[in-house]
Design a protein around this ligand. Sequence first.
Ligand code: NAP
Length: 324
Amino acid sequence: MTTATTRKPSVAIAGPDERTEDHDAGAPGIRVPRLLLGSPIAADIRADLKTDVEAFRVETGRPPGLAVVLCGRDAPSVVYLERILRGCAEVGMVGRFVEIDGEADEPRLTAAIREQNVDPTVDGIIVQMPLPPGIRLRAVIDAIDPAKDIDGIHPLNAGLLRLGYDGFLPATAQAAVEILTRSEIPIAGRTAVVIGRSPVVGMPTAFLLVREDATVTVCHSRTRDLRRHVRGAEIVVAAAGKPGLVTGPMLRRGAVVVDVGINVVGDRLVGDVDFASAAPVVSAITPVPGGVGPLTNAILLSHVLRAARSRLTATGPAPAARPR
Ligand code: NAP
């Protein structure tokens, strides 16, 4: 099982660790930070998964299955979901799109989800986001069986996280924290700022960082003086979806930056952090693309296998762990 608390020797660090060199925030060209790359960690997870998926198939006579419920052909998210289905195939799982004929409306979408809930070949369900106008998020998340809610959006899984138990964690939040723990970057006792308070990214990341004993501030669009909060943080997680929101001069020297943002600017993908000005200031940073994204996908797949195993024993969504 992959959790945010798993410790593993780092395989994700590229570039020199030059934390000894002192310099002023914003001074250009002085040092190269550690690049926290998601792909090597994701490759490790996928290699382990491949073995475990095969063992599951031999044991049960079927591979774990993922259903991706589509509710409109929003292009960027379909590309993302196709990548996840390709990942399923690579590790030996069965992944499929569930398409709703014609216009998706709330009753038909929730009916399609409920069909997946009772399909014995389906272990995990994700629903394409963002939802089309007129479909309530609450209706969708309530429709998903929490035992198959592999991206942790159901209130039961969100509640387990809040209470300090491991239900299914939102994969992106788990990846944002796990890229730190797997890179052996200390979290306990450090000050962290999470920019963004969405239920699937910002807030669960903040809860996970608290669980790792960081002292956490959550910032959002109504935060006054974002710069002051960021400046005080040893760890900065940017998850706002605003390109260039965080720049080098805002950051504390030696900070560790996890850039969760994915933004299309012209023909490029960029994060929320202005990499060029941040890099000379920070001690470590995740690039975009190549940082949190690849790890998120691998973690999501690991949740499918975990769901499949949990359903074998029919004991609910997941084994509880780490009550606090
Ligand atoms: P979201 O639901 O739109 O939430 C954005 C959050 O950022 C909100 O809490 C918002 O505040 C806050 N925010 C917006 N502008 C801000 C500003 N100027 N200053 C401070 N806070 C600001 O987005 P999301 O789903 O959480 O996703 C966040 C980012 O992560 C997006 O770029 C998304 O593409 C990316 N993402 C990446 C992955 C991955 O695997 N790497 C996965 C999922 C999402 P309010 O609450 O006040 O509105």
